[in-house]
Ligand binder design. Structure first.
Ligand code: SF4
Ligand code: SF4
Length: 406
């Protein structure tokens, strides 16, 4: 006998998707052209048709348990072919924006980082904190505040020790919030796939398998952007995205090198311009600015052509990353030229932008880095689970997604 399930639509979810740029969702009439066109959709779990249906019906928990939402790169290929103008690529973008807020703790932080006023306020507040710490540092060192005597040397204004203390505390907070978000997401997608573990919580692979069999291949794919490059309409965006990703990795390495070399081994800063790590840092900064400019240009062009819709969150993240890059290069140039009145303020602005970008990680569109990477890992694992190769026990066999949902 057929089983009937009553669906209770979550109207606030539908409203949230529509307000975040998915206002065309109700035009969808389920022809499935989008799932056929999408270069990233898979035979096992095609998207985005099913997500369009779930969003129309306000099935918030079903969408929360769907890793496929994060496999979309909003290339717009499906949007270009949708016969109803339902813009599935943009609807999935709106669903992701809602999901980021859903996993954010506390949500007030996501609300703050989701609007330009909140982000500018965070930059100003961060600069204010930097100035307070620098003031107390000047009391300790006896340097003049806010412009130390002599040549422009940033560690006279604020040495790496208080800077690292500030940023490591921030990184610890952001790390904890991010891990919590990832774990909640993992539990939801496990439930979404019908998996039930012995403990009743979302099952996970053993640590060794997680790292070697699932995480490593996902990282390799992310580092090459192999998937993103399959997108036809916005290929240029994939290139810019790749530049930005590698720039972050380079700058992460440089920051940690300076942290270890200066804080622990007492290396003198600033490093000379010919130092290999300094050269690497400059390459990273140029790649960051170049990559984000490519993304900006492509997004702007494709938005004008109607291929993509761009929300304020898209632009906020782009301009914030641009501000980090340009203030970083600016503070270096002003230091080298020796314009004290511009160098120190630009440096403080740079530190404020960097702190805000840190905070943006779990609370803004930047969080796609966390959830998309997790979805890549999950997808590999889920494939093994379905094939019976995952090597762990479940109370119940995995319940596959029913064909009509695919
Ligand atoms: S979003 Fe468009 S292409 Fe996709 S199923 Fe709906 S109507 Fe068809
Ligand atoms: S926007 Fe691109 S990646 Fe996303 S569902 Fe559409 S075709 Fe697929």
């Amino acid at each position: 006998m057929a089983e009937f399930r009553k669906i209770e639509p979550d109207l606030s979810f539908i409203k949230g998707v529509m307000e975040a740029g998915g206002d065309t969702v109700n035009r969808c009439y389920q022809c499935a052209t989008c799932s056929v066109i999408c270069p990233l959709s898979t035979d096992e779990s095609p998207f985005p048709r099913k997500e369009m249906l779930w969003a129309q019906w306000g099935m918030a928990p079903r969408i929360a348990g769907d890793a496929d939402v994060w496999l979309c790169h909003q290339c717009g290929d499906c949007t270009a072919y949708c016969p109803r103008g339902a813009r599935p690529g943009d609807v999935l973008g709106a669903i992701r924006a809602n999901a980021i807020r859903y996993y954010a703790k506390p949500k007030a932080m996501a609300d703050m980082m989701g609007n330009a006023g909140g982000v500018i306020g965070t930059v100003i507040a961060s600069m204010f904190i930097v100035l307070i710490v620098a003031f107390f540092w000047s009391q300790y060192t006896g340097e003049a505040f806010p412009f130390p005597e002599g040549k422009v040397v940033y560690h006279k204004f604020l040495s790496v020790v208080p800077i690292d203390a500030m940023y490591l505390s921030l990184a610890a907070f952001v790390g904890l919030v991010s891990i919590k978000g990832i774990m909640d997401f993992w539990a939801d997608v496990s439930k979404g796939s019908g998996m039930v573990s012995y403990t009743g919580t979302g099952p996970r692979p053993a640590l060794g398998a997680l790292l070697g069999k699932y995480l490593w291949p996902a990282i390799v794919e992310i580092l090459s952007h192999a998937r993103f490059k399959k997108c036809g309409q916005t290929l240029e965006r994939a290139r810019g995205h790749l530049w930005v990703l590698w720039a972050f990795l380079i700058l992460f390495f440089v920051t940690n090198y300076v942290f270890i070399a200066a804080d622990i081994f007492g290396m003198h800063t600033p490093m000379p311009q010919y130092h290999p790590v300094k050269i690497l840092a400059n390459i990273g900064a140029i790649m960051l600015i170049g990559g984000i400019w490519m993304i900006r240009t492509m997004r702007s062009q494709k938005t004008k052509e109607g291929v993509l819709k761009s929300s304020s969150q898209d632009w906020i993240l782009i301009w914030l990353i641009f501000a980090v890059g340009i203030t970083g290069i600016g503070s270096e140039l002003f230091r080298l030229i020796g314009i004290k009145g511009l160098a120190y303020p630009t440096y403080v602005l740079h530190l404020g932008c960097v702190a805000t970008l840190f905070l943006a990680l779990p609370y803004s569109k930047f969080a796609h880095l966390l959830y998309r990477s997790t979805a890549y890992v999950y997808q590999l694992w889920d494939k093994d689970v379905r094939a019976g190769k995952a090597g762990f026990g479940l109370e119940k066999p995995v319940v596959p997604v029913t064909p009509e949902e695919g």
